[in-house]
Every structure is written in structure tokens, then in C-alpha cells.
Ligand binder design. Structure first.
Ligand code: FE2
Length: 260
């Protein structure tokens, strides 16, 4: 089984890049199943039901979220229109949406789970370890892929070590910068952060001039996603058909041409 995981889709540029390239990427990688983190898909913060539907129509089997899960309030009312949208297990509001989905693919049941880290993040309702430990007995699946959304590299590495024997992959998201530490830990694929699908010429997907104006020159400004072409960051996880354990993780990065 090959699973393609694409990192945080940022705003219009990231969305359009993913929607335009996903079917080719599936064909090139031979991916059977696709997970996309969509937590920054709507103007850099949150997601709408209509964007969820565009991502799934383009080939995403499951869309995950993060700290901006509920930044666009309409998604709370429209969760029933988004059956494969996964919100972090350990943030408020606890009753909106689901912290995991189980999808069938190639005769396997694939669970996709979303967990929020604690360090340098918004308040969580429980530590990530406790949230994952509580969910595990509820999940009946052959493969378990965790989207671990957080800032701290060490926290994500520690989480992977704690759950490596019980899950298939722990894929870090949120920092928007891809790390070069992909590895297999006891049959569990891990990368600290898979990186973003968002505007390349930016500060983490945000307009660089706006960020500098706000943080260096202390001028009030509104959050502005950068324009221009996007890079696409992701990873391909391969599992053994018999054991369902991860045997390979390959980092992927598709950058726009510098002349674009
Ligand atoms: Fe995030």
C-alpha cells in the first residue's frame, strides 16, 4: 500500500497547486490513498465545506486539520457535508466533527487520526499522548496514520517513539518547513514535518512584506497570504501487504520554477 501525504495547503495558491497536480502526483508515485492537511486552505486559516469538496474531488481521500480547524465558523455547521474531514482530537469544541476516520482502500481499513501537540501551541484539552492513548482502543483498522500537528520538533519525535509500535505512521505538520529526518522507527514511518503546499516566495505562506511591516516595524496589518506559485511538499509512505507495517518513507518536494 502506498499512501501520499501532502502537508498544510495554504490559501488560494496552495489549493490551486494541489488541485492541479494531485492526479499527476498519484500517477507518478503509484499512490493508492491520499491524505491532505487542509487546515490553512481558506485564506491561510481554516477550511470551508466547499474547499473540502474541491480537495476531495481532486483526489484527496481524507483531509486533516490543525490549530486553525475552526477558524472559519461555517465548517462547524457543515461538518456533516465533510465525512472524511478529521479535526484534532484534543482541542475545543470537542463535539464538532471527528478526530479519526476509517476508510477502505485496496482491501485495507486505513485510519487517519489528527492530534495536536502541546508545546508553543494553543491550549489543548489533554496532552497528545493521553489523547492518542484514549483513541487507540476505539480504532479498528489495519493501518493507522497520525497527523501530528505541532511546533516543537522534539515533541513530535517523542510522540513517534511512544506510539511507533502501535501506529503505521506519524507525520508532523504545522511548521510549513519540511524536515529532512524521514525514517522508519520499528515499522512506523515518521517525519518531523512534511512541509507546506503553499506560496514559495513568502514567510511560511504569508506575504513577506506584510509580516515584516507587522513584526519589524510594528505597523498594524491584516493576515495576508502570499501570492505567486506554490511549492508542494509531501511524503510517500509504503507499507508491507502482509504485516501492514511501514517499510519506506520518501520525502517529496515540488518547487515552482524560479522564473515563475
Ligand atoms: Fe497549524
Amino acid at each position: 500500500m502506498k499512501i501520499l501525504f501532502l502537508g498544510d495547503v495554504v490559501a488560494k495558491s496552495g489549493r490551486e497547486a494541489v488541485i492541479r497536480n494531485l492526479s499527476n502526483m498519484k500517477a507518478e508515485t503509484g499512490a493508492d490513498f491520499v491524505i491532505v492537511n487542509g487546515e490553512n486552505a481558506a485564506h491561510g486559516k481554516g477550511i470551508t465545506a466547499s474547499i473540502y469538496s474541491r480537495l476531495t474531488s481532486a483526489g484527496a481521500d481524507v483531509v486533516t486539520l490543525g490549530n486553525h480547524a475552526f477558524s472559519k465558523k461555517e465548517i462547524i455547521e457543515n461538518m456533516d457535508l465533510c465525512p472524511r474531514l478529521v479535526r484534532p482530537a484534543n482541542i475545543e469544541p470537542a463535539d464538532a466533527g471527528t478526530p479519526f476516520v476509517v476508510a477502505e482502500c485496496g482491501g485495507k481499513r486505513i485510519a487517519v487520526v489528527s492530534i495536536m501537540c502541546e508545546a508553543f501551541m494553543m491550549p489543548v484539552t489533554m496532552p497528545p499522548y493521553e489523547a492518542m492513548s484514549r483513541l487507540l482502543p476505539e480504532i479498528d483498522a489495519d493501518l493507522i496514520i497520525v497527523d501530528l500537528h505541532g511546533e516543537s520538533t522534539g515533541e513530535k519525535m517523542m510522540f513517534a517513539r511512544v506510539f511507533a509500535d502501535r501506529v503505521t505512521a506519524v507525520i508532523g505538520t504545522h511548521t510549513h518547513v519540511q524536515t529532512a529526518d524521514e525514517q522508519i522507527i520499528d515499522g512506523c514511518a515518521f517525519i518531523t514535518d512534511v512541509g507546506m503546499c503553499g506560496p514559495f516566495n513568502s514567510v511560511l505562506g504569508r506575504d513577506a512584506d506584510e509580516v515584516i511591516s507587522r513584526y519589524v516595524y510594528k505597523k498594524p496589518s491584516r493576515y495576508t497570504p502570499a501570492a505567486g506559485p506554490s511549492l508542494i511538499c509531501g511524503c510517500l509512505i509504503e507499507t508491507d501487504e502482509k504485516t501492514n507495517r511501514a517499510i519506506r518513507i520518501v520525502r517529496m518536494q515540488k518547487r515552482p520554477r524560479q522564473s515563475d
